[in-house]
Design a protein around this ligand. Structure first.
Ligand code: ATP
Length: 312
């Protein structure tokens, strides 16, 4: 059932002594969502993930996992959760099969169902050929797959992954991202990361946390719309001087780029594109390019996380 709410976090806060690591955040995760949880170092991602996975009690607020309050009924709620912490809890001296068998028992899978659960997890994570290898001898990418396999061994409806691609090479990263996308089709996935392209590559929704506060929560596709572009790139064969250009109405500053094109900043003024095109023709500047400056995801992130959070 799509649209089914798997996680409802309501007004969550967590203090470490005086330090408020997570400050009054609320959000939902639906089936079919791959939610990217993005934020700079120390923003509160891991603290939130640990609360959602039932490993850390919130100071305030409520977490409902598939209809069950995780504080009131932790066992029942945790049965719906699979969690890959930042440091995967792997026993390197065990083989993949031995370790997953142990995880299946920890998750109270009935003895008759264990083989099926193992086969399914190994199959989903591409581990069948590695089943008899010692975990300590596997590459980091395969170890991460084992970490994900232990998180899905009991077929939870929700999978929580804390920085799942840290330390992997580009090929391993691509494989793990594809696996996450696949898992998102049947489960709800929350993925914490500070890697922006990871969110673009794997997630349909994104929320950004900064200094413990949620500063953005929407579809990935809407992220770019958040920050209005306020610059234009212009190419001129015979440009006037920078100071002449900066004196034009509505222009706040002009910057020469390495390839001699010019970037016009116009702040909150309306776009000067039409005025510049007319002026370029009238004064024979030799206009060969006029394009809005694309807002990079990096800029959006910096804009959203460099603003102070709203005062309560
Ligand atoms: P990173 O990307 O660096 O892992 P994060 O977004 O996961 O960062 P958290 O680890 O949740 O951030 O930390 C949020 C804040 O809480 C930080 O200021 C951190 O120093 C503090 N903090 C985290 N864990 C503890 C702890 N066990 N005791 C005291 N303070 C803590």
């Amino acid at each position: 059932m799509s649209n089914h709410i798997l996680i409802k976090a309501d007004k969550l806060s967590r203090y470490y002594g005086e330090n408020c690591a997570v400050n009054d955040i609320s959000f939902e995760l639906k089936r079919g969502d791959v939610l990217g949880f993005l934020g700079p170092n120390g923003a509160g991602k891991t603290t939130t993930m640990r609360m959602l996975s039932g490993n850390l009690a919130p100071s305030k607020g409520q977490i409902i996992i598939n209809g069950v309050d995780i504080i009131e009924n932790p066992k029942e709620a945790k049965a719906e959760l699979g969690y890959l912490p930042e440091q995967p809890p792997l026993y390197k001296e065990l083989t993949v099969n031995e370790y997953l068998h142990y995880c299946a028992q920890l998750n109270r899978i009935k003895r008759n169902n264990i083989k099926k659960a193992l086969d399914n997890a190994k199959d989903r994570c591409g581990l069948a050929e590695m089943e008899n290898r010692l975990i300590g001898n596997l590459s980091k990418g395969y170890q991460q797959r084992v970490g994900i396999a232990q998180a899905i061994i009991h077929s939870p409806s929700i999978i929580i992954l804390d920085e799942p691609t840290v330390g992997l090479d580009p090929i391993q990263i691509r494989e793990i991202r594809n696996l996450i996308k696949e898992l998102g089709q049947e489960h709800g996935v929350i993925l914490s990361t500070h890697i922006l392209p990871e969110v673009q590559a794997t997630c349909n929704r994104v929320q950004i946390i900064n200094k413990g506060k949620l500063v953005f929560n929407d579809e990935v596709a809407n992220l770019a719309k958040q920050v209005k572009s306020s610059s234009l790139i212009i190419g001129l064969h015979q440009p006037p001087t920078i100071s002449e250009l900066e004196a034009l109405p509505g222009i706040t500053s002009v910057e020469r780029l390495q390839d001699d094109r010019l970037r016009f900043y116009y702040g909150n003024n309306p776009s000067p594109a039409e005025m510049l095109a007319e002026k370029a023709v009238k004064d024979s500047w030799g206009l060969y390019e006029l394009t809005p400056d694309l807002v990079s995801l990096e800029k959006i992130f910096v804009d959203l996380t460099c603003k102070e959070p709203p005062v309560q």
